[in-house]
Design a protein around this ligand. Structure first.
Ligand SMILES: NC(=O)c1ccc[n+]([C@@H]2O[C@H](COP(=O)([O-])OP(=O)(O)OC[C@H]3O[C@@H](n4cnc5c(N)ncnc54)[C@H](O)[C@@H]3O)[C@@H](O)[C@H]2O)c1
Length: 313
């Protein structure tokens, strides 16, 4: 089993970062966070040290690694798809250049494990269903472009100098913390509206759906892959898949929980086409074979869990 006692989480105040921190802290890992100013959490923090600044500030990154000497890095800082499309230069700087510089600095400082969160957006829209693991990656949006570039660099370092690069490609993540600005996260937003009694307007057609994972499985997958001996991991990146559902199926299940839930469909062609281009099912056999990955959350269980989290926190 891979062991580490101290880890840096970049983007550690984000949707996934704070939950990865929570998970690792229960395992006794000392945690350091790097995230932007004004992302501080009001509630309890799991971090021993928090550095507020830009991951593109290479002096800051070098100082954190040299002074703090983390044994593992969970690199989650990123511009997401919408923001990447709005500012493609900034997206390349944060998502690609800063990631590559972080890996180089990690190598110099003998960091023992580097986890990177990638996405099925690296495949673009001309996919097949189910998506085979070796399908070509030709992303069409900037977010996917930046992520596939980092995958290639991590794989290069892994092959040339044994850098322990570990990468998971996530589908859509169903999460109560999904940013409201992320239009493709409409399933998470619809759950929130149902819980608080607001009407919801779906930006996609009734039959549109995609591969999805529930937040708890995402966090567990990040933790579990960090525990596997390096020799077991034959791939530089693993695709994960939880379940598939359509917008109509989501309406029906939310109606079962909240009979007064009001919804409508007003298709945003950009969002609808984007989501329609994603596969409904992603083959993830290698993760099962190499590190015994198994999803625990399927559609109904995920929606129940979402509602519970949105209701009780
Ligand atoms: N949530 C999903 O659906 C999903 C799916 C696939 C992959 N991912 C990946 O998982 C990772 C975490 O995603 P998330 O959902 O927690 O997103 P998020 O936006 O909640 O978190 C990203 C964090 O990165 C920080 N960040 C952005 N720019 C930064 C900069 N210049 N310097 C320092 N910090 C910066 C943000 O402040 C934020 O806290 C990302 O790399 C994302 O691409 C997420």
């Amino acid at each position: 089993m891979k062991t580490f006692r101290k880890a840096l989480i970049t983007g550690g105040n984000g949707n996934l970062g704070r939950l990865v921190a929570q998970k690792l802290s229960t395992k006794g890992v000392e945690l350091i966070c790097l995230d932007l100013c004004e992302t501080e959490q009001e509630n309890e923090t799991f971090y021993k040290n928090i550095f507020l600044g830009d991951i593109c500030d290479q002096d800051l990154v070098n100082r954190i690694l040299k002074e703090q000497r983390p044994q593992a890095i969970f690199h989650l800082a990123s511009l997401l798809s919408g923001s990447s499309e709005i500012n493609i230069e900034r997206s390349w700087q944060i998502n690609t250049t800063a990631s590559i510089n972080l890996m180089q600095a990690a190598k110099v400082c003998d960091v023992d494990l580097f986890f990177f969160a990638s996405t099925i957006a690296t495949y673009g829209s001309k996919t097949v269903d189910p998506l085979p693991e070796d399908f070509m990656q030709w992303p069409e949006n900037m977010y996917g472009v930046t992520k596939v570039a980092v995958e290639r660099f991590g794989s290069y370092l892994k092959n040339t100098c044994g850098f322990d690069f570990r990468c998971l490609r996530f589908p859509m993540v169903l999460s109560p913390f999904a940013p409201l600005s992320a239009k493709t996260a409409y399933p998470s937003h619809a759950c929130r509206s149902a819980v608080i009694g607001d009407p919801f307007n779906f930006p996609v057609s009734r039959e549109t759906g995609m591969s999805c994972m529930f937040l708890d499985d995402v966090i567990r997958s990040i933790f579990e892959i960090s525990q596997v001996p390096q020799t077991s991991l034959k791939s530089h990146a693993y695709n994960l898949h939880g379940f598939h559902f359509t917008a109509q199926q989501l309406c029906e299940i939310l109606k079962q929980f909240y009979p007064n839930f009001e919804y409508s469909f007003e298709i945003d062609p950009y969002v609808d086409n984007l989501v329609k281009g994603w596969p409904n099912e992603v083959i993830s056999d290698s993760a099962a074979i190499d590190w015994n990955w198994e999803s625990e959350f399927y559609f109904e269980k995920s929606i129940s869990a979402m509602i519970k989290l949105l209701t009780h926190g």
